[in-house]
Write a protein that binds this ligand. Structure first.
Ligand code: SF4
Length: 343
């Protein structure tokens, strides 16, 4: 049976019937899990004790905040979440002008092998279940208030955990629960082509972000293992298919690595790739990790590259650096925490 806190309302109604509970209990349960962010049925006072007893025997996924790491330089907070089996995943809460935005993890570890990313160094350990993603949202909301938006850009490749991610987004969207618009959800992928094609057919206005990082196939293969499986050509065919279906702008994440992808020829090639497409190019200066010590470009180099792209007519922004003092890039915090080297 799907865990109770991962069932949609219809499924919960059927479960309640099977358990000999009145159908209206389904709405109470859904409200408890997804509106109140409740995780402990023994505390659900709208249910009589004898009814709770039966439900308490069911095993439910759970998420707790293990530790919060507030930035000293801005309002960004980083989290380690503790899962029932002892695994840790991380998340980031950013305080933007328009509201709170949270970066969510979709897997413990990742098997995509991007060379600049700490999350992938031990491979994919396991997928997160829908509730293990919801719980990240609910626990942070209880502490800091309602989120404006979420971004699936923490550890893990969301399209490598497709069904659980879709169930997570649908439950988060449900008007009887958290009621977050699909338009306020962003799914970031390193370029899993079949997943993008599948997403295109969902007919949900979820924002798509592509981790591009270089416009050249050969260079991309060097820093992103996924590029060996799905070429840039196939990736852009899938993006076109997605844009045709959704009519939505696609964002491109571009980590700037000095001398690797911030040359003039990179900007010119980006123009060729993105110029004719509805796009938003997001530049992110590299956060070096232990195993990937390539250079972070200087502020001047970053600005030069941004100007180059702007002059070429690209729609480009520089990601405001948030929480730079708290191991803000994906996977770094969890690794350091486990190594005991966090100060
Ligand atoms: S950047 Fe994303 S897709 Fe690539 S290895 Fe890290 S978590 Fe996986």
């Amino acid at each position: 049976m799907i865990p109770l806190n991962e069932q949609n309302l219809q499924e919960l109604k059927e479960t309640c019937e099977d358990l000999g509970l009145k159908k209206f209990r389904a709405k109470q349960l859904f409200h408890y899990f997804h509106k109140e962010g409740g995780q402990d049925l023994s505390q659900m006072t709208t249910l009589a004790k004898n009814q709770r007893q039966e439900l308490l025997a069911l095993d439910l996924p759970k998420v707790d905040i293990e530790q919060v790491f507030p930035s000293k330089i801005d309002k960004t907070k980083k989290f380690l979440f503790h899962l029932k089996d002892g695994h840790l995943v991380e998340g980031v809460l950013m305080d933007n002008d328009y509201g709170l935005s949270q970066c969510i993890s979709s897997q413990v570890g990742c098997r995509m092998g991007c060379s600049f990313c700490a999350s992938t160094k031990e491979g994919r350990i396991r997928n997160l279940t829908p509730y293990e993603m919801l719980g990240q949202v609910y626990e942070v909301t209880k502490k800091y208030g309602r989120l404006h938006s979420i971004i699936l850009m923490g550890s893990g490749e969301p399209l490598d955990n497709y069904d659980n991610v879709m169930r997570f987004l649908d439950l988060l969207h449900d008007e009887n629960g958290y009621n977050l618009s699909y338009r306020n959800m962003t799914l970031s992928t390193c370029g899993v082509v079949p997943g993008i094609e599948k997403l295109a057919q969902e007919n949900k206005p979820i924002n798509l972000a592509i981790s591009l990082h270089t416009p050249f196939q050969k260079d991309r293969e060097k820093i992103m293992a996924v590029a060996k499986k799905y070429s840039l050509e196939d990736l852009f065919k899938a993006i076109d298919f997605y844009q045709e279906a959704s009519k939505r702008r696609v964002s491109y994440e571009y980590t700037l690595i000095d001398g690797v992808n911030n040359r003039e020829k990179d900007a010119l090639e980006l123009k060729k790739l993105l110029g004719g497409r509805l796009h938003h190019l997001n530049l992110i200066p590299l956060n070096p990790i232990q195993e990937y010590k390539e250079n972070r470009p200087s502020k001047d180099h970053v600005r030069d590259f941004q100007r180059l792209c702007t002059d070429l007519g690209l729609n480009v922004t520089l990601r405001r650096e948030q929480g730079g003092d708290i191991q803000a890039s994906c996977g770094q915090l969890r690794r350091k925490y486990k190594e005991g080297s966090l100060v």
